[in-house]
Design a protein around this ligand. Structure first.
Ligand code: WTA
Length: 655
């Protein structure tokens, strides 16, 4: 965002107070803020009471900055809280998931069905020798077995590491190695964009690398031809279907590791963010109930995120299931077979709460109002947004066209690291502004500070920091305790720095400004510039690469790469230049995954660097966004930007 854009942010006069009818029935009451302010730990302890504990904790919090332990001495099972308790308390026949495959096949799974399936899967994993503390990699399409696998791991105390199905074999291998996973759960493939894609071959390719993987459990989803390693591979239906459907969940320590989830940081190596059990479950369940105002008996809740991301973990699996929600789960893309697929599903299942990402909202806007207008969306009563800043235009369109001016919107800010929503309006309480995440939730202490660590007031922007520990905070970076301290707690003393810029407007509403570090946000997916650079330089034609996230009307940011070729590489004519950039894009997609494919690659002779050798991305971003290049006086060679701009304007810019 430019300085001017930031100073204009918050000049927003539109306010949308909750209707009296919504406020009257809302789960969240204004007293929540007072309770949390009065006693932070007592507040969170009270929320933890709503879980079923086999043994209650002895101590709510131990805080040795930056290491927190919550609900010490407590014993609890995550899977039990998501499933068994509902069945035992008479809610077993409630639908947990309305699953819809992309081709139109459907499955309905009640809580009782989930208990049966998860018990069988837990018995199957145990029969493979899986023990508490082991790590299991899950690499799946978006189908119920992904959720069943996660809960089966939680049931027996194995940590799951879900790897989004769009990641490449290299990325998968790196994550399997880092967590030292011993079992991989996958599928032959899944359905996307009207066709079957394959997943198992990616696992086969990854496992050519050195790992301790003993078995690969394969769900048959598409029935495509699948290469088989008889020693290692087992069909899910062969192993799981024949297991007993009885299984007693074992309680684990509140601080037992529940899962690892890899996310991009500012270096090339993704970080294995790990979360533990008691605190994570407490805050995901609490926030899910309050922010989405869930009424489990009547609501149909749909979070469109894939389980491969934190949003799927916290707001499709753990939060909603603890709260006994009925959910929709959809396998495919929003435009298959037509651009109204999501709206058709809202109509079909009478969805009441929809949680999605700004990039999809903007895509819907582009496709046109006729698609939502052609469906009955009157069941909707609340809308949520997550993953990136939502621009006021998209917010208004979401409200008017999807919500028919009748649904509060919750713009929820949080991260893989925070585990749960941290900043969001509370429906029924907060009078919202289009594009603002409004204010920290009760129990969350957030401030905006300047470069020197001074707290800034209304009308000012700076860095978003969190000052007090919260129950669902990450407990560390897997295998790298120092990296946790350094990355999150070293920039500002005593504070967690999230990597995001933020601004309080004159009314004290909070606006998120995007990342201030070298992390890009493409369609709500985090990708580090260093990761893409390292993929590019692994290509034989590339000597050096610099990558920036440039503003993109549809995807928020798009990846733009500047590359210096090795000597002797010919890209001079149009044909060889185009072939090269095409090849480079494919190379990055192969190394990391399709989500990291650059939108644009520019071949340059020099990169702008400071005297200490740091690439000045700010200047490259100016070029990528077609702006006049800003202050370049700190460059080692002040002429570089002129040379880059001239070189580029004479060359064909590939798009
Ligand atoms: C960004 C996704 C503005 C932010 C839950 C954060 C947002 C990163 C919002 C975390 C929002 C997420 N408004 N920006 N409502 N939600 N972000 O770990 O930059 O995939 O640091 O977690 O997404 O991405 P992650």
């Amino acid at each position: 965002m430019s300085k001017e854009e930031i100073s204009n942010l918050g000049n927003e006069n539109r306010r949308f107070p909750p209707s009296a009818a919504f406020a009257a029935q809302a789960n969240a009451k204004p007293s929540l803020y007072d309770e949390a302010d009065a006693d932070h730990t007592a507040f969170w302890a009270k929320q933890a009471e709503s879980l079923v504990w086999e043994k209650k904790w002895d101590q709510v919090l131990e805080w040795n900055l930056p290491f927190a332990q919550w609900f010490i001495g407590g014993k609890i099972n995550a899977s039990y809280n998501c499933i068994d308790r509902h069945v035992l308390e008479g809610r077993g026949d409630r639908v947990a998931f309305h699953f819809e495959g992309e081709p139109g096949d459907t499955r309905t799974l009640t809580y009782k069905d989930m208990l049966r399936e998860v018990s069988k899967a837990a018995n199957a994993l145990t029969s493979l020798g899986v023990k508490a503390g082991d790590r299991i990699a899950i690499y799946m399409p978006h189908i119920p077995e992904a959720v069943i696998s996660m809960l089966a791991c939680a049931r027996i105390g194995a940590a799951h590491s879900v790897i989004f199905g769009g990641f490449s074999a290299d990325s998968l291998l790196q994550r399997i190695q880092d967590a030292d996973a011993t079992i991989v759960i996958t599928a032959d493939g899944g359905f996307r964009k009207g066709a079957a894609f394959a997943l198992k071959p990616v696992v086969d390719e990854a496992l050519k690398g050195e790992t301790h993987v003993r078995k690969v459990l394969v769900v048959q989803r598409t029935k495509q031809e699948t290469a088989w390693n008889a020693e290692r591979d087992i069909w899910w239906h062969d192993l799981v279907d024949s297991q007993s459907d009885q299984h007693t969940a074992q309680a684990f320590d509140a601080e037992h590791v529940l899962f690892i989830l890899y996310t991009s940081g500012t270096t090339a190596k993704p970080k294995g963010i790990f979360h533990t059990t008691g605190g994570y479950l407490t805050q995901t369940a609490f926030t899910h109930k309050m922010v989405f105002d869930l009424k489990p008996e009547t609501d149909v809740y749909w979070c469109t995120a894939d389980v491969g991301w934190i949003t799927g973990h916290s707001y499709m699996v753990y939060g909603p299931m603890i709260n006994g929600a009925t959910q929709v789960m959809y396998e495919g893309t929003p435009d298959t077979p037509e651009k109204d697929r999501i709206f058709k599903l809202v109509e079909k299942y009478k969805v009441t709460i929809l949680y999605t990402a700004p990039t999809l909202i903007r895509t819907w806007m582009k496709w046109g109002d006729e698609f939502p207008n052609g469906c009955d969306l009157s069941s909707l009563r609340l809308l949520g947004s997550v993953g990136e800043p939502i621009n006021p235009e998209a917010w208004m369109w979401y409200r008017e066209v999807i919500g028919q001016n009748n649904c509060p919107i919750v713009d929820t800010w949080w991260q893989t690291e925070t585990g749960s929503i941290m900043v969001s309006p509370l429906p029924g309480i907060t009078s919202t502004k289009p594009g603002s995440a409004m204010r920290p939730l009760p129990g969350v202490d957030a401030t905006v500070i300047d470069d020197d660590g001074n707290i800034v007031g209304n009308g000012h922007s700076g860095y978003l920091t969190l000052n007090k520990p919260w129950p669902s905070m990450m407990r560390g970076v897997w295998g790298e305790p120092e990296r946790y301290k350094e990355t999150y707690w070293s920039r500002f003393e005593g504070k967690y720095f999230a990597g995001d810029g933020a601004k309080w407007d004159e009314d004290g509403a909070l606006w998120l400004l995007g990342r201030v570090d070298d992390v890009m946000n493409v369609s709500g997916h985090r990708i580090s510039t260093a990761e893409v650079e390292s993929a590019l330089v692994s290509h034989e034609a590339i000597a050096e690469a610099a990558v920036v996230g440039a503003n993109d009307a549809m995807t928020g940011q798009a990846i733009v790469a500047f590359v210096i070729l090795r000597g002797g590489i010919d890209h001079a004519n149009q044909e060889s230049g185009e072939a090269l950039t095409k090849d480079l894009k494919a190379h990055v997609a192969k190394e990391i995954g399709a989500i990291a494919r650059p939108r644009q690659i520019m071949v340059v002779n020099e990169l702008p660097k400071t005297r200490s050798g740091k690439i000045m991305r700010r200047l490259l971003r100016d070029v990528a966004e077609n702006r006049a290049v800003g202050d370049s006086t700190t460059l080692a060679d002040p002429n570089v930007m002129k040379l880059i701009s001239e070189g580029l304007s004479s060359a064909k810019q590939e798009d």
